[in-house]
Design a protein around this ligand. Structure first.
Ligand SMILES: Cc1cc2nc3c(=O)[nH]c(=O)nc-3n(C[C@H](O)[C@H](O)[C@H](O)COP(=O)(O)OP(=O)(O)OC[C@H]3O[C@@H](n4cnc5c(N)ncnc54)[C@H](O)[C@@H]3O)c2cc1C
Length: 507
């Protein structure tokens, strides 16, 4: 858990927060009298747990859902929803600063009202919390228990002193921020996703440690709100999983925003002096100290596997990789399954959702759905966004799969030019000699939207030849996909076909 010292902000208690609380953990809630035995007991009410509980109950199963903190888990409370909401406002501020490029004038100075930004976020989060509410669950027939669950055997667990027996159970306990072990950091105090959205005042100077999706998204948003921001990443590039040219575009965008980028750099020591946090940063040939008012740690996520009594349940796990599951998401106890961040490599809301659906089919209906059959896209919501699905070229090389890549720069796409959003590209990899899409990386303002078309094509086995026949509305940024498909079609024009066609036309 993040350090709860005096620099930890306290969430304001406004109407929005009261509504969210009422939806996701009402005061004075009394757990129901448990059924003799449940068809499915779900531990954790984040995306995975909620999806599984609703789906199983709708199909007629007797379901209990146990949550130790807030329904909605990370995504609603401290993840996707608050981060995407503040990112939207930060983009507006960035656009206002560049208004003259669009032929618009902002009269006077742009005044950033950070507390209003966070108030808007809380309002939106409260509104979305209705979907994850205890009322919707109970109306669906789910027994909701608040408290920490712990297995007492292979077919039973306890919550708040009550024993629940189950035919099948689902572990959907999610993940939490990985705490970096930097001397002095705990004492100085720092923020993670678990408390950064409680801020009501903008830190004047900010250090973000970690250049993964979370660090990159928050660094850009806070910089655009006006915080003097440094981001330190111990790799040579941001988003190390992504293709190098994609990560390079992000570095350039950060530099344009005014973020001080420190790549290949580690934060090694923190101390507090005169009310400010002094952080020693070390890179190969350079050592420096930055003075900041707040530090955000975005150094990865670890699965929640502790204190669950997994040994008593006969469930194997690992503190780094989480609950051990097979391709059917079954644990080493055949009655118990896992889903979401607690067991998956790809820790996203949509994978939590997809894995929960697999569990409902496999656990309750003798299904044999495999997680390896999923085609999983993802997106980092920086500006530009960076989205990916399927294979990377380096993976194709490792597996000896010959690949041909079609790349369309966004500066060749009319809508991106009109929108002033030319940074980025659409890059589609096909199996050489075929039009079968193996993967794609998209860097664009709306990459997260555009990638869905490629994912659909991959799932439905639609190749580039067919995509070339799909009429894309003009002008749209996803026309880049059509252009890539046209580029593929041109490669099918062999010299013989070209010469025949020329002769035919001359005749
Ligand atoms: C800042 C941030 C931004 C993100 N943005 C995105 C995004 O834009 N898109 C995206 O796809 N993903 C995003 N993610 C990831 C996404 O939030 C997670 O992948 C998703 O929430 C995982 O869902 P889950 O159900 O597996 O786990 P969680 O949402 O973590 O839910 C697990 C629940 O289990 C409960 N629990 C744990 N142990 C117990 C116990 N013993 N007893 C009872 N309850 C227990 C926890 O309290 C928690 O509520 C983001 C994450 C962060 C941190």
């Amino acid at each position: 858990m993040p350090t709860r010292n005096k620099s930890t902000p306290t969430a304001p208690s406004d109407t929005a927060e009261r509504e969210r609380r009422e939806n996701v953990h009402p005061d004075g809630w009394r757990n129901p009298v448990p059924a003799a035995r449940y068809s499915l007991v779900v531990i954790g009410a984040g995306t995975a747990g909620l999806v599984a509980a609703h789906a199983a109950a709708a199909l007629g199963a007797k379901v209990a859902l146990i949550e130790r903190h807030l329904l909605g888990g990370d995504c609603l409370n401290v993840g996707c929803v608050p981060s995407k909401t503040i990112i939207r406002t930060s983009r507006l501020y960035a656009e206002m600063r560049h208004a003259t490029q669009y032929g618009a004038q902002i009269p006077g100075d742009i005044r950033i009202d950070f507390s209003a930004v966070m108030q808007r976020m809380r309002g939106i989060r409260a509104r979305i919390s209705r979907v994850d509410s205890v009322r919707r669950l109970t109306e669906a027939g789910v027994d909701v228990f608040f408290g920490a669950a712990r297995f007492t055997g292979t077919e039973a667990l306890t919550v708040d002193g009550t024993t629940l027996r189950f035919k099948k159970a689902l572990i959907a306990t999610g993940a939490r921020p990985d705490m970096p072990s930097i001397p002095g950091l705990d004492e100085a105090g720092y923020l993670t996703n678990e408390n950064v959205f409680d801020l009501t005042e903008l830190p004047r100077r900010l250090l973000v440690i970690g250049g993964g999706p979370l660090g990159c998204e928050l660094a850009q948003a806070f910089c655009r709100f006006g915080a003097q921001t440094v981001i330190a990443q111990d790799w040579p590039l941001f988003l190390p999983r992504e293709e190098r040219d994609a990560a390079q575009i992000l570095s350039d965008a950060f530099a344009r925003d005014g973020i001080e980028v420190r790549l290949n750099t580690q934060a090694v020591k923190v101390r507090v002096e005169g009310g400010q946090k002094l952080v020693d940063l070390v890179s190969e040939d350079y050592q420096s100290t930055v003075a900041v008012d707040a530090i955000i740690a975005g150094t990865g996520r670890v699965p929640n596997v502790e204190d669950l009594g997994l040994e008593a349940a006969g469930v194997d796990y690992d503190n780094t990789d989480g609950i051990r599951v097979d391709d059917f998401l079954q644990t080493t106890n055949p009655r118990i399954y896992a889903a979401g961040d607690a067991c998956l490599e790809h820790k996203f809301t949509h994978t939590a959702d997809a894995s929960a659906r697999i569990v409902v089919r496999n656990a309750l209906f003798l299904g044999r759905q495999r997680q390896s059959a999923l085609t999983i896209p993802w997106c980092t919501y920086t500006d530009p966004e960076i989205a990916h699905v399927g294979l990377y070229v380096r993976q194709a090389r490792e597996w000896d799969i010959p690949v041909k890549t079609f790349t369309i720069p966004m500066h060749d796409v009319d809508r991106a030019i009109a929108d002033g959003e030319e940074a980025g590209f659409v890059k589609i990899h096909v199996k050489e000699g075929t039009d079968r899409i193996l993967g794609a990386t998209i860097v664009a303002r709306h990459a997260g939207e555009i990638i869905n078309e490629i994912t659909l094509a991959m799932v439905a086995r639609i190749g580039l030849r067919t995509l070339a026949r799909v009429i894309h509305a003009y002008p749209t940024q996803s026309e880049a996909i059509k252009k890539a498909a046209d580029a593929y079609n041109r490669t099918r024009l062999t010299p013989i076909i070209q010469s025949l066609s020329r002769r035919w036309l001359q005749w």
